[in-house]
Ligand binder design. Structure first.
Ligand SMILES: N[C@@H](CCC(=O)N[C@@H](CS)C(=O)NCC(=O)O)C(=O)O
Length: 230
């Protein structure tokens, strides 16, 4: 998938027609929508009905039976981080030209998905999904301490700045902001005012607001159908 392919299109991503309330606004197609909106690449969205993600058509393009995928021309990619990186490479809006700065963005993209998202998801899992609530409660403090350690290091690295790389918005800020939004929604950023401000600032970007509305629209339209079936 080359930058030229993005100019030629068509570009299609996959997303869901509905998800439960707690996931609305956080489903990972939003990462691709946001990157594509920032880059001003026109794109289409193939909406999957809940339950069809593990059918053969989606498994052929996403081996774990998930969304999102990104199709540009005839090629399809999966994993939102990999897809977002390809979008970023195709647009000056998301990546600086200098190779050291591009490498720094690459590091932060992995940092977001590995060093930050992993402890954020662990805490969320213990709070929301663990079946043994007593065991989960015992582990939550330890998991939260680890998360706070990571957030503290991030706050140090960001300092007073609004951007992680090159004094401008890049794919690094997009991905770090995205993963921090879940921590912000759970009030876990409260001890880190600079990170809270960072998330608020970047989530106010017009491209993000458009992307969010794009994700939420089908959820509103299909709510009655899924709520009636519950
Ligand atoms: N690492 C994958 C995770 C994708 C993922 O977790 N997708 C969720 C929606 S945000 C999904 O489709 N979940 C349904 C499932 O796992 O059955 C990525 O970043 O693309």
């Amino acid at each position: 998938m080359t930058p030229d392919d993005f100019q030629n299109g068509p570009i299609t991503i996959t997303a869901y027609d509905w998800v439960p309330d707690f996931a609305q606004g956080f489903v990972r197609d939003l990462r691709l929508r946001w990157a594509l909106e920032e880059a001003s690449f026109p794109y289409q969205v193939e909406i999957l009905a809940q339950g069809t993600q593990t059918g053969p058509a989606n498994l052929a393009r996403q081996p774990f039976g998930q969304i999102p995928t990104l199709t540009v021309g005839r090629q399809t990619m999966f994993e939102s981080g990999a897809c977002a990186w390809r979008i970023a490479e195709a647009s000056d809006e998301l990546l600086p030209r200098g190779s050291a700065e591009r490498d720094a963005c690459f590091c932060w993209l992995f940092g977001a998905l590995d060093s930050l998202e992993e402890p954020i998801n662990t805490v969320a899992f213990l709070r929301l999904f663990a079946e043994d609530k007593e065991a989960a409660q015992k582990l939550e403090g330890q998991a939260l301490a680890m998360l706070r350690g990571r957030l503290s290091r991030l706050a140090d690295a960001l300092g007073e700045r609004s951007f992680l790389v090159a004094d401008r918005f890049t794919i690094a800020d997009l991905m770090v902001t995205f993963v921090l939004r879940s921590a912000a929604a759970a009030d876990d950023l409260d001890p880190f005012p600079s990170l809270k401000a960072y998330v608020e600032q970047h989530s106010a970007r017009p491209a993000f607001r458009r992307a969010l509305e794009g994700q939420m629209k089908p959820f509103r339209e299909n709510a009655t159908k899924y709520e009636a079936a519950a």
